[in-house]
Design a protein around this ligand. Sequence first.
Ligand SMILES: Nc1ncnc2c1ncn2[C@@H]1O[C@H](COP(=O)(O)OP(=O)(O)OP(=O)(O)O)[C@@H](O)[C@H]1O
Length: 513
Amino acid sequence: MEEEKEMKKEKKNIPVVPWMRNPIDITTFDQCSLDFVPFLDPRLVVALKNMGITSLFPVQLAVWQETIGPGSFERDLCINSPTGSGKTLAYALPIVQMLSTRAVKCLRALVVLPTRDLALQVKEVFSALAPAVGLSVGLAVGQSSISDEISELIKKPSVEYGRCYDPEEFSYELQSAVDILVATPGRLMDHINNTDGFTLEHLCYLVVDETDRLLREAYQSWLPTVIQLTSFSIDGNFPSADDLLPCNYGSLKTIRRVGTERGFKGKAYPRLAKMVLSATLTQDPSKLAQLDLHHPLLLTTGERRYKLPEELKSFKVICQSKLKPLYLVSLLQSLQGEKSIVFTSSVESTHRLCTLLKFFDNLQIEFKEYSRLQRQSVRSKTLNAFRAGKVQVLISSDAMTRGMDVEGVRNVVNYDMPAYIKTFIHRAGRTARAGQSGCCFTLLRKDEVKRFKKLLQKADCDSCPTYSVSSEVIESLNSVYTSALEKLRENVESEKFKKSKIRLKSSNVRKEK
Ligand SMILES: Nc1ncnc2c1ncn2[C@@H]1O[C@H](COP(=O)(O)OP(=O)(O)OP(=O)(O)O)[C@@H](O)[C@H]1O
């Protein structure tokens, strides 16, 4: 009976979790000039202006109100706000301001993101703000070797030549070189487990960005570990690491301890304040429970759970499956070199489509493949070229969908219809960011149209006109397409042959051994 009730609520879009039913509506806030933002540190005003920011977006003002303003961050914040609405600055700005008065450097804010590319992007935002008030920002994503990363994050004590040091005392002297750390879960766990001097004992702020994505995967249990290391028991004592975790967790000796600590002189331990964010925040009670939120407060945009950016226009392009590449080429040509991202359903299909397009004679579109099958260095190079406008079109698997912010993307093309509204939202959200306009085109077979319409209704989108592609253009491309398909077939055969040769060679080497 209870379960039935819960299901009905979900269908009606009423959150099952009670505290989610009385949110703060972000749409009631207006954009606000920096000059009128209460208590904003003048040094940060200068830093923001240097970033080209002259006013705060509604979500940023709403979070400011709940952290620096009257809310005083007494409750943990769950922020559900559309793609491109400025969530990064919404948490970065108050964190930097709150830490600006700190006396001693230690790790006080941790921001966790699901991918390296996203972490790099968020670090840029913190790096543009934090130095203005004397704070340092670190990155733990596995971009450099672990030893390089450690030397960036941990400050070694100065050693006097000729003096003999007790090793235990010596390691106790290790100090954080950063106030704020932006990390991916894997590298974070590496440091928690193995890096001497890496400690969460002084952590005041935890941000879980792209929350629903991070909660979907366990990532070596990073979340329960962080929560255990930063919580204290009802009697006010902090648990001992030995009580909580297996003995191979080396540096967990650094768990929060009872008593006065460096950085909290004379003050009781503050609770760990959390901000969790997404454009498609989960409402699943069991997932939210993992975050161990303290009197959570939801900040959301309007009444609907999912919302597309105001300035996004959606179109459908109807075509037969076998003619999709032709329609795509024709569509891209009609976009006349505007920065665009084409999403496919898998890394394999991304690769196949790119190979096929390479065989289109006289295409006159600068495009590049971007998928998680590629090495990070290749991906970074491609992304930089795309950012710089040297590449007009990125053909991508879903590696790009979450959070990536590339200026000037005017169009998104769903080469394959996304199966879920969340996927549609994150893909489409690579355009129409920060109040700019943008278009999302979805290639559909006739029999997919009804399902697609239903999908869009979940995000309150009732208008998705058909974008017609000129049949003359399609016809004129037909012979080029036929020959490109033939070349693709030959290419697939030769790739298969090469792979089988490599396999044979390596099995012969093994036999010889
Ligand atoms: N107050 C502001 N004024 C002008 N531009 C801003 C402001 N705040 C953010 N931006 C710009 O808006 C863009 C989108 O911001 P951001 O990446 O934080 O969005 P988001 O809400 O996190 O999106 P997503 O859900 O896709 O991750 C960025 O290019 C950022 O520089």
